[in-house]
Ligand binder design. Structure first.
Ligand code: GDD
Ligand code: MN
Length: 385
């Protein structure tokens, strides 16, 4: 067998090393996991600032990059060649903040691990204080917090984002049963043995890894908060959007049902609800055009399938999104999956209609029976990764 990558062997001698390079074997007390997606223009400054705060040794940074198109991973590795305190995990074929953080934490062998954003919105200067709180044995988890003394988000958040964030915090406090004020923080430090223990039960989907840790460790985690000012992003754009919000509600439901409801189900069900709207619009139009009930219900179902397929493709299954020819094949497959349930749908609806249930109730009965079936089969076959 021949290996045909490149005839030249990889360079084995390290390029000129910067201070700190001789510390390769030094004891690493703290790993800072930095999840990145398109953070190229922030990385050097981040490493510089962490070094300025923590000193030359005792720490490492693990960049977990989801194959950023801007080449963040390549830059991270070129920094790593000069500075052994920096490592990079490049993940391919996967996307997701929570999953990236978990993999980074599990790649550490230090006694303490922190998670910190790569866009310099989190203030690295509180890292020593967080570490001190864990090292004195009083806490398992230290949260970088905008909602305790010294904390704030003046610069980093606009009014709308702040309102949404405050609402989510209240909701999460109820759902997660924790004293932590800033449950939405993406900035925290945890004992690695605790992280290792919780990891198998954490969700790799979604954005809110801290909320998940708090929920999963509820009642056992000793927590503390350290205030910091959430800064404005140095460069690039935020990746938080509608999908992230949907997944957050999915996570709350997932935890509330003790794992019975999958995280993606909320998104799927909401898309399904929008499908009900499409369905009734089409049903009404067909009714107005003088169609009889059963063909009208079938037509409305087809409209809803088309709309649901596209919304799920954009939101629920974004990381497995189908494009081009795969989009068309996916549509055919989804229509096939749905038409099995649509036969049952129309059957149930027709039966209900014959039993004097009226158009609306009969239509609804048909729609409901399809949702759970559709989710299960779609996840398994249509958007299988
Ligand atoms: N590996 C990986 N994969 N990294 C990601 C992904 C992903 O799919 N999505 C985002 N990131 C990285 C970004 O590159 C950045 O370093 C960090 O995760 C946070 O993403 P932002 O897009 O900057 O999020 P934000 O600023 O809107 O929200 C942040 O602050 C909130 C308030 O504290 C996050 O930390 C949230 O978790 C936090 O709630
Ligand atoms: Mn950010």
């Amino acid at each position: 067998m021949t290996l045909a990558f490149s005839s030249a062997p990889p360079r084995e001698s390290a390029p000129a090393q910067t201070p700190g390079a001789e510390t390769r074997l030094a004891h690493v007390l703290l790993t800072i996991v930095v999840p990145t997606f398109n953070e190229r223009d922030n990385l050097r400054e981040l490493v510089r600032r962490v070094g300025a705060t923590l000193g030359p040794t005792g720490w490492e940074i693990i960049v977990v990059d989801d194959d950023s198109p801007d080449g963040t991973h390549a830059l991270a590795k070129s920094i790593a060649r000069r500075d052994p305190r920096v490592r990079c995990i490049r993940r391919v074929g996967r996307r997701g903040l929570a999953g990236a953080c978990i993999e980074g934490m599990l790649a550490s062998s230090a006694p303490y691990v922190a998670v910190m954003d790569g866009d310099l919105q989190h203030d690295e200067s509180i890292l020593p204080q967080m570490l001190a709180r864990l090292r004195d044995g009083g806490a398992d988890l230290a949260v970088g917090s905008r909602h305790v003394e010294g904390g704030g988000s003046g610069e980093g958040f606009n009014a709308l984002r702040k309102t949404i964030s405050d609402g989510a915090i209240r909701l999460a406090g109820l759902a997660l049963k924790t004293d932590v004020r800033d449950t939405m923080s993406g900035f925290f430090m945890i004992r690695r043995d605790v992280a290792e223990e919780l990891a198998p039960r954490l969700c790799t989907e979604g954005f809110k890894i801290l909320a998940d840790i708090l929920a999963t460790g509820a009642g056992r985690l000793r927590t503390t908060e350290v205030g910091y000012q959430f800064r404005a992003r140095l460069a690039g754009d935020s990746k938080l959007d509608a999908k992230v919000a949907l997944d957050f509600f999915g996570l709350l439901l997932h935890k509330a049902t003790r794992g019975a409801a999958p995280v993606g189900f909320v998104s799927f069900a909401l898309v399904g609800m929008s499908g009900v709207f499409v369905h009734f619009l089409a049903l009404w139009a067909a009714h107005a055009a003088g169609a009889s009930f059963v063909p009208a219900q079938a037509f409305a179902t087809a409209c809803a399938i088309f709309s649901n397929y596209n919304l799920n493709n954009l939101l629920t299954y974004r990381s497995a999104r189908r494009r081009g020819a795969a989009w068309l094949r996916g549509l055919a497959l989804f229509a096939l999956v749905c038409s099995v349930s649509a036969v049952a749908n129309v059957g149930v609806a027709a039966w209900a209609f014959e039993h004097d249930q009226g158009w609306a109730l009969a239509g609804l009965a048909g729609v409901l029976m399809g949702v759970v079936w559709n989710y299960a089969i779609s996840t398994k076959f249509v958007w299988r990764k």
